[in-house]
Ligand binder design. Structure first.
Ligand code: NAP
Length: 136
């Protein structure tokens, strides 16, 4: 949708092969330039690399945060390391990238930041007391 509206893209995700295939398809279908950055946003070094890209690429004017996941179980029933990973992705990465984007002093100052959620998000509440729902 963003590419169809005339924007070039930088796609960020962990899986290089899926990223490359998606970039090829989007580039072919829309005629836009589509670059990729393989990064795990729960990894501090990878996250800093993506922040650096945001800071130094003056053409970037829109940040879409889509990466995230939830856990349906209660906090006590959830695996603590998985919950910590979820917080790094749903909260820490989202906060750091949004903060970096909003702190940029760009000539085009029409900065936008969006958090994308799935089709069901916002319409169906997360299970009561679920750890994942609370992080979102
Ligand atoms: N599906 C639902 O029912 C539901 C409900 C409410 C809210 N949401 C929210 O909506 C958003 C999208 O959900 P979805 O179901 O479409 O998710 P999805 O199919 O799992 O897609 C998530 C995308 O983020 C990337 N990603 C995941 N973990 C990452 C990481 N650590 N670092 C970098 N990239 C990562 C994935 O690619 P790689 O695997 O290659 O990294 C994938 O491209 C999420 O924020 C989710 O919490 C979903």
């Amino acid at each position: 949708m963003v590419a169809r509206r005339g924007h070039d893209l930088i796609l960020v995700a962990r899986n290089k092969e899926r990223l490359a295939a998606l970039a090829q398809r989007l580039g072919r279908d829309t005629g836009r330039a589509v670059a990729t950055v393989a990064a795990d946003l729960t990894n501090a070094g990878d996250l800093q690399r993506v922040e650096h890209t945001l800071r130094t690429n003056a053409d970037i004017s829109l940040l879409v945060n889509n990466a995230g996941f939830g856990a349906a179980g209660s906090l006590l029933a959830s695996e603590v390391n998985k919950m910590e990973e979820m917080i790094r992705l749903n909260v820490t990465a989202l906060m750091r990238l949004t903060r970096t984007a909003q702190g940029l002093d760009r000539a085009n100052s029409g900065w936008q930041s969006r958090r994308l959620r799935s089709k069901s998000a916002g319409r169906s509440p997360p299970p009561a007391g679920s750890a994942g729902g609370n992080s979102r």
